[in-house]
Ligand binder design. Structure first.
Ligand code: GUN
Ligand code: ZN
Length: 433
C-alpha cells in the first residue's frame, strides 16, 4: 500500500547559488506519494489525496517535508570522541583520534559505534552519510552491515595510512591496496551502498601508498575517492616538508593519480590558485565542514569563491572534528562563516547545500537530495516550532524563508519530527523528558 505524506514540501529544481531562491519549490500544502522505496508522485495535497484514495495518509501538518540531509564527510569511528577539548588538527589526531581509532580492529566495538552513529545521524534527519572508517577492514564491514540492516544509502571506505600514525594503526602500500580492493568488491553496489577509496591525507601516506591507491582508482574510476585537502596552515607546512617536490597540497594527490572527477576533497580551505584551477578543470568536488573548521580552528572556507568557479560543493559535519551531528547546526555554521567573509547565504542556499548540493558532490543527485518522482524516498520531516525560542520567532515570520531560518540557526535533533529512509518510516529514539 502506498504512503502519502502531507506537509509543506520543499525541494529544488535548480542550484539557488546560480538561480537564486526561485530555484526552490515550496508548496505549503504539498504531498509526496511513496511506494516500494521510491517517490512516485508529488503535488498539491488535495490532488494527490483524490488521485490515491487507497494510500495510507501521514499528515504532518505545518511541518516541512524535505529530502533527507546528506552529510558528505564524516568519521564514524570518531563518534565517541566528539567535542574533545583544546587541540589543533595534528595534536587532536594524535591525542584523541588515533587512540580511539585503534579500537576498531574489534568487530564488536566497530559494530557498536557504527550502530550508534546511524542512530544519531538518523535522529538528526540525515539519511545518507559518506564516512571514513579506520585502517581495519572490520570497521568497513561493520559500517556497511549496519547501513544495510537499516536500508540506507551510505558510502564509506577503509582509511589508509602507512606512516606518521602509531603502531597498530598503520597499514602498508600493498595491504592498503589489497584490503581496499577486497572491500570494494564485497560492498560496492550492494543494495544502496558505495565503496569510497580513502587515503586519509598525504601526511599519513607514503608516496608508494598514494601510488597504489591511485592505481586502484584507475581500475575503478566509477568509485569516489575521498581525502583531506589544505585544512590547516601548520598541516600544510608539515606536508611541504614531507613532499618537498610537490607544487602544492593537491599536487601530492595529482601526481599519484588521485585527482579526478570522482574526487571528494574535505575542507579545502587554504587553496592556492593553481589548486582551484585544477579542481575546477577536472570537475572534482570539495566539502565544506564549517563546525569542524571553527572547532579545530582551521579557517574560513571560501564558499562564494569556489561556487563562482563552478566547483561542486558538499556540506558536512566532519564529526568528531565537527562539533555536531546536526546538518541544521552545520547550516548555521556555514551561515556564520560566510558572514565572517562578508557574504549572507540565503536559507535556500543553505538548505540546498545540505541536501541537493551534498548529493551532487557525491554524484548521487539522480537518486537522493531532492524530492521528485523517481527519486529514492529518503525524507526528513522538520518541525519549525521545535523550541519556545524558535516558535516565537517563527510566529513573526512573513514568508516561508523567514519561518524556516530560525530552525536553520537554532534547530537541532528536537526539530526532527520524522524520518523516512528507503520508503520506510524510521523509528526514532523517544524524546527525553
Ligand atoms: N585530517 C586527517 N585526518 C583527519 C580527521 O580525522 N579529521 C579532520 N578534521 N581532519 C583530518
Ligand atoms: Zn575529515
Amino acid at each position: 500500500m502506498p504512503d502519502l505524506l502531507l506537509g509543506q514540501t520543499l525541494t529544488f529544481a535548480a542550484d539557488p547559488f546560480a538561480e537564486g531562491p526561485d530555484a526552490a519549490r515550496h508548496d505549503p500544502h504539498g504531498a509526496i506519494l511513496v511506494q516500494d522505496g521510491m517517490i512516485r508522485a508529488m503535488g498539491p495535497a488535495a490532488d494527490l489525496r483524490t488521485a490515491h484514495p487507497q494510500a495510507r495518509v501521514h499528515d504532518y501538518g505545518r511541518a516541512v517535508l524535505s529530502a533527507g540531509f546528506v552529510d558528505a564527510h564524516i568519521h564514524f569511528p570518531q563518534t565517541a570522541i566528539i567535542a574533545s577539548w583544546g587541540k589543533r588538527l595534528i595534536d587532536w589526531l594524535n591525542t584523541y583520534t588515533f587512540p580511539e581509532e585503534m579500537r576498531f580492529g574489534d568487530p564488536a566495538y566497530a559494530t557498536e559505534i557504527a550502530a550508534r552513529t546511524f542512530d544519531l545521524t538518523l535522529a538528526h534527519g540525515t539519511t545518507t552519510i559518506c564516512s571514513y572508517a579506520t585502517i581495519h577492514p572490520e570497521s568497513v564491514d561493520a559500517f556497511f552491515q549496519q547501513a544495510q540492516a537499516r536500508g540506507l544509502r551510505a558510502l564509506a571506505g577503509k582509511t589508509c595510512m602507512d606512516r606518521n600514525a602509531p603502531d597498530g594503526l598503520r597499514d602498508a602500500p600493498q595491504s592498503a591496496y589489497d584490503d581496499s580492493k577486497r572491500l570494494l568488491e564485497r560492498w560496492h553496489g550492494q543494495d544502496r551502498l558505495s565503496y569510497v577509496i580513502t587515503p586519509r591525507f598525504s601526511p599519513t601516506s607514503s608516496p608508494e601508498q598514494l601510488e597504489a591507491l591511485g592505481a586502484l582508482w584507475a581500475e575503478h574510476p566509477h568509485c569516489l575517492m575521498q581525502t583531506h585537502l589544505s585544512e590547516q596552515v601548520d598541516e600544510i607546512a608539515w606536508l611541504r616538508s614531507l613532499y618537498p617536490q610537490a607544487r602544492d597540497y593537491l599536487d601530492t594527490y595529482e601526481s599519484f593519480g588521485l585527482l579526478g572527477p570522482n574526487g571528494l576533497y574535505g575542507h579545502a580551505i587554504h587553496l592556492e590558485p593553481r589548486e582551484i584551477d585544477r579542481l575546477a578543470e577536472v570537475d572534482a568536488a570539495v566539502v565544506h565542514c564549517p563546525t569542524s573548521n571553527t572547532f579545530i580552528g582551521s579557517g574560513l572556507f571560501d564558499l562564494a569563491g569556489l561556487k563562482t568557479r563552478g566547483l561542486r560543493v558538499g556540506l558536512a559535519t566532519d564529526t568528531g572534528g565537527g562539533s555536531s551531528f546536526s546538518m541544521l547546526r552545520t547550516m548555521a555554521a556555514a551561515y556564520e562563516v560566510a558572514q565572517l567573509r562578508g557574504e549572507a547565504l540565503h536559507p535556500a542556499q543553505l538548505w540546498w547545500l545540505a541536501t541537493a548540493g551534498s548529493a551532487r558532490s557525491l554524484r548521487l543527485q539522480d537518486r537522493i537530495g531532492t524530492l521528485a518522482p523517481g527519486m529514492e524516498a529518503d525524507i526528513v520531516v522538520v518541525d519549525l516550532e521545535s523550541t519556545p525560542a524558535i516558535a516565537q520567532r517563527a510566529a513573526r515570520a512573513e514568508s516561508f524563508w523567514e519561518a524556516l531560518f530560525p530552525t536553520i540557526m537554532m534547530g537541532d535533533d528536537r526539530a526532527i519530527r520524522a524520518v523516512w529512509a528507503g520508503g520506510q518510516k524510521v523509528t526514532l529514539p523517544p524524546a527525553t523528558e
